[in-house]
Write a protein that binds this ligand. Structure first.
Ligand code: NI
Length: 184
């Protein structure tokens, strides 16, 4: 298993819809290797979520691992290491929440993004079991950001006010005190 290069904005794979992962292949060494590669790459990058297309594998597979408590992303509510295969998203709230997002495929930048504050995700687990989970608050933003990667969407596509795109140091200097800090 290995740390893989993370594709950066401009790579075409980040802009095309990913294929559903073949259910019959979830219980294979190849799938286990993909998950380990994603996990190794996420840990190496210090991130909290990663989608398979970001390492050049255009399948609908996402991992998320949000640590609890204070971190370089601020005070977070935890979401333990989770694998989402072929996920479907249903917003459960018309209420929106805003976080300053970042992305390992868009290094050095942050942008303020509004998303539904409560979402339901239907997906297959890494044991091929159908699951349904509801997410609120910061984890809801993280999971929506990651699922976007499966449709060829980047968080910058959602930014309505382009004055709220910043380099990380300018974000820290001018914006971090006024809104919830975050990073993905
Ligand atoms: Ni991202």
């Amino acid at each position: 298993m290995a740390v893989k290069p993370i594709l950066r904005m401009g790579h075409p794979v980040l802009r095309v819809p990913a294929a559903p992962y073949p259910v019959s292949e979830i219980d294979t060494p190849e799938f286990a290797a993909l998950i380990q590669d994603l996990r190794d790459t996420l840990v190496d990058a210090g991130g909290i979520g990663l989608a398979a297309p970001q390492i050049g594998v255009s399948y609908q597979v996402v991992i998320v691992d949000i640590p609890a408590g204070p971190s370089r992303y601020g005070e977070l509510s935890a979401l333990g290491f989770s694998v989402f295969i072929n996920p479907k998203l249903t917003p459960l709230s018309t209420e929106k929440q805003s976080y300053w997002e970042g992305c390992l495929s868009v290094p050095g930048l942050r942008g303020l993004v509004s998303r539904p504050s409560v979402v339901q995700i239907d997906y297959l687990s890494d044991e091929s079991v159908n699951q349904r989970r509801t997410f609120t608050g910061f984890p809801a933003t993280v999971i929506q950001h990651e699922l976007d990667h499966l449709t060829g969407t980047l968080y910058i596509d959602h930014i309505e006010d382009r004055s709220l795109i910043a380099f990380e140091s300018e974000y820290e200097t001018f914006h971090s005190a006024s809104t919830p800090p975050t990073g993905i």
